[in-house]
Structure formats: structure tokens, C-alpha cells
Design a protein around this ligand. Sequence first.
Ligand SMILES: *[C@@H]1O[C@H](CO)[C@@H](O)[C@H](O)[C@H]1NC(C)=O
Ligand SMILES: *[C@@H]1O[C@H](CO)[C@@H](O)[C@H](O)[C@H]1NC(C)=O
Ligand SMILES: *[C@@H]1O[C@H](CO)[C@@H](O)[C@H](O)[C@H]1NC(C)=O
Length: 626
Amino acid sequence: MSLASIAGAAVGALAASMYLDAKFHIRNDLRQGPRKLGALLGMRYVAQKMRENKLLYYHVLEDRADTAAGDNVAIIFEDRQWTYRELFHAIHPVANWLLKDLGIKKGEVVAINGGNSPEFLLIMLALEAIGASGALLNCNLTGNSLVHCVKLSTSRYVLADRDVEKLVSPVESELKDAGIQTLYYSPSFVETLKDTEPLPKERRTGLDPTATANLLFTSGTTGLPKGTIMTRARPLLLGKAVGGYLGLKPGQRMYTCLPLYHATALMLCTFPCLFTGATIVLGRKFSHSTFWPDVHRSKATHIQYVGELCRYLINQPPTPLDRGHNVRMAWGNGMRPDVWERFRERFGIECINELYGASDGMSITMNANRGDFSRDAVSVHGPLWHLMNRDERRILVDPATQEVIRDKNGWAIEAKADEVGEIISRMDVADPDKGTPQYFNNHSATVKRRIRDVFRKGDLWFRSGDLFKEDSDHRLYFIDRLGDTFRWHSENVSTNEVSDVIGELPQIEEANVYGVLVPNAEGRAGCAAVIFKEGAEKMDLAALAAHCLARLPRYAVPLFLRITKSMDHTGTFKRQKEKLRSQGIDLTAIKKSGDDQMYWLPPGTEAYVPFEQKDLETIKAGQVRL
Ligand SMILES: *[C@@H]1O[C@H](CO)[C@@H](O)[C@H](O)[C@H]1NC(C)=O
Ligand SMILES: *[C@@H]1O[C@H](CO)[C@@H](O)[C@H](O)[C@H]1NC(C)=O
Ligand SMILES: *[C@@H]1O[C@H](CO)[C@@H](O)[C@H](O)[C@H]1NC(C)=O
């Protein structure tokens, strides 16, 4: 008998509902297993691949090209597609260009700057095939941020998609002065490359699994982007682990229109598909008008999402394409509670597979949700899971200062059921840099994520920077980024919780909640930037206030409302809060940045009214108590 069935039998005597519940948790916990075991098995796998000198996707593709599986489709992009064999052969001319024309050396970092295209993937795989590394720039960057990322990456070249020339060309001469050359690629350029000579084997042997395979960049919402190191071993490990978890296999097709320069599309779609022999259906970019047509045409079985993408999709009027597709699983992160079930029902997708993880994080959790119990959660962690995973805890932190809260003896305090806490992960004190997130050429940023003396003298933990709640049924929910939660009237307000409540209203297209500084008041007051759906501009603001007052404690009801027409997002559709937060309730700054209108909910009232300069003056003069 397996451990799971013994455990199941042991609790069989309990009442039926308890039995089901306990069995669910035990099975679920055992399936997830201890993180340490996963890490150990991963290390063994990497060691074996090192001995075989087969650490690369080049090797995965090479092996497959020689078999019948070489005929399976690897990539579909618009009206072009590549089988695995074709993809393998297509790498060679690109790699020979890098090798012979550009003289790229083993271990050299080369910046790639482009949106989603097969050429982007070919360049990345070609760099890998010659033992070099790709710094995957966010192709939306311009000016200073772009120059910063290129210089940080140590690249001699920026290989940029012809499509982003307008953004890159203004800094070309500045890059040139720093010894960095910009070259543009396009499908027709890649077609002119013809040199299919075998690539030197020496480039793919003796590779260090801890060396940099790729650099991914943080979105830099607070300051300049940082480069996150993806080690040589990581793509293969993730491809294997995620491909196995999703049960991907040849014939299955995962559609992604998220940018390849971010971890979600690269590590959670591209590598798992390539590893398992499934098909990547690559969308150029997200657009609600092409999303379902692309999914239907490609017969995708899986779609990749981020929460805001799902919100856009359910905000569109229904069409016949909502149903009749082949999608059985939506896989991604950040699906919000006000969207989750509506999304599943409207599009008839059986499994919402929600994940939490970060390219510069240590913790990763998943929830293949099919019913009510684990809906809205990022995972279910039963008692057994906690026993097996004592190296991951949730601790109390002060959201205003981001400091860890300590007891009278100076130790951190674990969050109990229903308490909000930050997830931290134990690090190896003797070798803290091994297998942990590293920022490229920025050790001080790397160590800033760490904290010592948490539960005993000398221990070392990694801070996720993310707040979670686990309820008494062991469901784990993502609450907020630590830096986004704010304090008002001595209460902690999660920006996500407030925007979820506003998002329940059918007239709302999108809501972005943040805390603003207010003269003469402690903490930050809530402000909601909202976009109304077309035709709903005349929404009764008293109804909006009534909804918030009914659904939220008073301190969490946004004191300010900023009605806007568009919202800034990162490349993965995360809402940008930094600019809004810094403009706060400064009416001059708001006016300068567009024609947004400010409203507020004066103390004691129950309807939003225009917020004007005279109101700001009374607040400044301390004449109103907020
Ligand atoms: C807000 O968070 C801080 C830090 O976790 C905590 O000490 C405080 O009790 C919280 N306030 C409320 C009202 O929950
Ligand atoms: C390193 O990271 C810190 C933020 O943690 C940033 O202030 C600093 O500019 C970074 N240094 C470089 C060289 O990018
Ligand atoms: C970034 O660039 C891509 C590709 O050109 C584009 O589709 C996307 O809308 C841009 N994203 C942002 C946040 O500007």
C-alpha cells in the first residue's frame, strides 16, 4: 500500500466530510512533497546531465531531431510553424552568424531586445548553442533605462528587432560611445543566414550549471531595473518540473501572448513545452480582438494568463468564440477573485491552474483548481505540508515600514491562521549564494533580500516581499505586495482587496488602488484610480461609494477617486502604482499629466464629490479631520 492510501485508510473511520477533507489534504500534501526533496532530485538530475554534457535545450532538440518526435510541431507563430527537427536545424545558421560574424565568445552576454517572434527564440537558442548568454531586455524600454540595462549586462552587442528601432535608435550613439554596437534583426534578415556548418562541440561541453544562461530584468517599478540571473541549470530543471506538473506531452499546445523576455512566458511555457515535446503557440502580443481567434485557429489546449489579461477578456462583450475551443487549462498567475469563476464559466475552462512565483524569488506554489474549495487560492498547504516544509514560513511584518515584527525576545512571529504574513524561505548560512536568487553584478541588491536572526541567532532567510493569508482550511491566498499594502487609521489596507471589491461592479473596467500621503494625517489614505467601461462614464458615484461602504470597512473605503482613461502596466500587465502614488492628491501634478478627474469622500459623507483646490487647502490647513 502506498503512503497515501495508508493515510487515507487511517482516517477512513472519521465522519464522511472530515474523511474527505483529511484525505484531500494528505493526498494533496504528499503530492506536493517536501521542497527539499524536490531540490535534491533536481540536483541529481542536473548532476547526471552534467556528466552526459547535456545541460542545454540544444541537446534536447538534437536528441529529438533524430527520432520520429522530430516531426512534431515545436512552434506556431501566426502563419508560420516549425517542427522540432526544423527548429533544431534553424538554430545553426543563426549560431554561425553569432560565432563567425560577431565573434561571440563562450560565456559572453549578448543583449536581445525584441517582442515575441520566432526569431527572438532562435537567437536565444543560438546563443545557448554556442555557450553564450542572452540578456533579455524589456523591448518597451527607452532612454536611460535601456542604456542602464545594456551596460549592466556587459554586452558588446544589442540585437534588436527592427520593430522596436524607433525606441532604440535614439540611444544608439550613446551605446556606441560605450563600445556597444546595435544590430537589427527581422525575419527577412534571419532568412539570409545560410551557414549550416556544425557548431563546435567545445562550446557545449564543460558548462557550469551555476553560470548565467540568461538575464531577465525586474520591471523596475521602483527605480532602475535589476538583472536577475537565470543559471544554466534552471531552464532544464524548470522545463522538467513544470512540464511534469502540467502533464504536458506531444500533441498538446500552449498559447502564450505574454512577452518572452519575462519569466512567465519563457520559463513556464516555452521551456516546459520544449522539454516535453508539446507545442508553443506564440502570440505576437496580447489583444482581446486576436486572443480567441488565435486560440481557436491553433487548437490550443492550454492558455497562459496573468490576472489582468483575464479581466480584459471578461470585460469584452460575449462572442461565439467564447466557447467551442479546445482549452482545458488556463495556467498563470494573479487571477483575482472577482474574475476567477466568471472566467471559468464564461469560457468553459475546467481547470484554472494558478501559480505564485517570481524569477527573483525562492518560493513557488501552484493550485490546479477545479471546484469551489481552492478557488481564489494560490495553494493548499495542509498540516503535513507544513511539517515537511519547515523551511518556508509566514511571518508578521509591518506593512508601513516593511520591518519584520519581533517579539520581546527579538524573534520573528509566525502568522497564525487568517493572519497576513510575508513568506520567507530559509537559506543555507554556510553557502547562501548557492541556488538562491542573484541580481547580476549587484551583490548589495542580492543581500538586501535576506534577513538574519529570525527564529534563532545566526539563521538566514530570504524575504519574498509578498503577503499571504492561510485560512483555517489551509488554503493559501496571495494578499498583496508588501510595498503596496498601506496603513490608514492604524489599520492595514491591502490594495488588491480593495480593487477586487470595486472590480465587482459591472460598470468598472479596471481599478488600481494605492495609498497617498495627505497633509496633517498619519499613514496613507486610499485612492482608487478607476476606468469606467465605455458608456458607463455617467455611473452614479454615490452608488460606487455605497458599494464600497457596504463591502469594506470604512478605513478601507478609498477616500479619493481618480477617474482616468488609461492605466500604465508593466510588460506582464501588472498595474503601475508608482507614478500615481507620487502624484497623490497634488491637483497641479495630476492636471499636468492628463485630464483625470479627482473626487473624494469627505468625512461623514456617503458620496464621492469633486475634489478641488479649496478642499486641498482645507486639508492643508488642518480644518478637516480625515
Ligand atoms: C497592521 O499590521 C501591523 C503589522 O503586522 C500589526 O502590528 C497591526 O496590528 C496591524 N493592524 C491591524 C489593525 O490589524
Ligand atoms: C543595485 O541595486 C540597488 C537597489 O537595490 C540600486 O539602488 C543600485 O543602483 C543597483 N546598482 C546597480 C549598479 O545597478
Ligand atoms: C511592450 O512591447 C510590446 C511589444 O512591442 C507591446 O505589445 C506591449 O504593449 C508593450 N507593453 C507596454 C507596457 O508598453
